[in-house]
Design a binder for this molecule. Structure first.
Ligand SMILES: O=C(O)C[C@H]1NC(=O)NC1=O
Length: 244
């Protein structure tokens, strides 16, 4: 059986359930989907500070997955936190939802637009588009101005997000819209119906990307940059970390 571990880098169980549902919905029937949150970390990730503090927990989850024989990983936060470090620890493929969603959008049209949660996280999305070499496809990055943990609290979230996506598509004349938060995963179908353009949820895109890499027997290359980290001591709060 193929085992994919989907890591929600924040510690909010409701989001992990939302994320698990999206991954489970698209994974192959014979694939096991395990969705987890770290025990330590931010309740949500809405700043560089939150993102930095989420990485030790992400790496704890990856290390646990390696010990239990997980075949591949999804990082289910739009900042793709700890992606490169996770690839150093992992034997199998590691795919972040931002990378997967952006790359998926490039198959569907000339340009895509991104709609994220808070305006302050827009720069990060641009940084990731640059990192992934898709800046020329990214026509714009917008926000819905809803905090991450209010997405499933605010009764007007679907209306606000539909409006934000519609205006982003119009402003950018974009062919597709990328959802800039894992917490939007359960709204993808409704948004697709309302908008009439391709709406990409990175949780589904990343899960299927990991599934296909495993199906092709492709895994992270361990000879160079993503080789296991060199042995050394880690002290203080990090003393539970060992060199893998
Ligand atoms: O960066 C964002 O706004 C979204 C990002 N934060 C989070 O806790 N999960 C996410 O996908």
């Amino acid at each position: 059986t193929v085992r994919i571990k989907v890591v929600n880098p924040n510690t909010s169980a409701a989001m992990t359930r939302n994320i698990h549902g999206a991954a489970r919905a698209v994974a192959a029937p014979g694939t096991t989907i395990e969705a987890t949150s770290p025990a330590m970390g931010p309740a949500s990730i809405e700043s560089h500070y939150d993102e930095a503090l989420s990485v030790p927990g992400v790496l704890t989850e990856i290390a646990a997955g390696e010990r239990s024989g997980v075949d591949g990983y999804v990082l289910a936060c739009f900042g793709d936190p700890g992606l490169d470090a996770a690839r150093e620890l992992a034997t199998g493929p590691v795919v972040g939802i931002a990378e997967a969603a952006m790359r998926t959008a490039t198959y569907l049209g000339r340009t895509f637009t991104v709609v994220t949660t808070l305006a302050r996280t827009r720069g990060r999305a641009w940084d990731l588009a640059e990192r992934y070499g898709v800046t020329k496809f990214c026509a714009g990055v917008h926000d819905v101005d809803i905090p991450v943990l209010e997405l499933d609290q605010d009764p007007d979230t679907l209306r606000k997000l539909t409006e934000a996506c519609a205006s982003a598509i119009a402003a950018d004349d974009a062919d597709a819209v990328v959802l800039g938060c894992a917490g939007m995963a359960d709204l993808c179908a409704d948004l697709t119906k309302a908008l009439g353009v391709p709406v990409i949820d990175g949780v589904r895109a990343a899960t299927l990307q990991v599934q296909s890499l495993i199906t092709m027997a492709l895994a992270t290359d361990k000879r160079g940059e993503y080789a296991k980290p060199p042995a050394k001591a880690y002290s203080g709060l990090l003393s539970t970390f060992t060199s893998p």
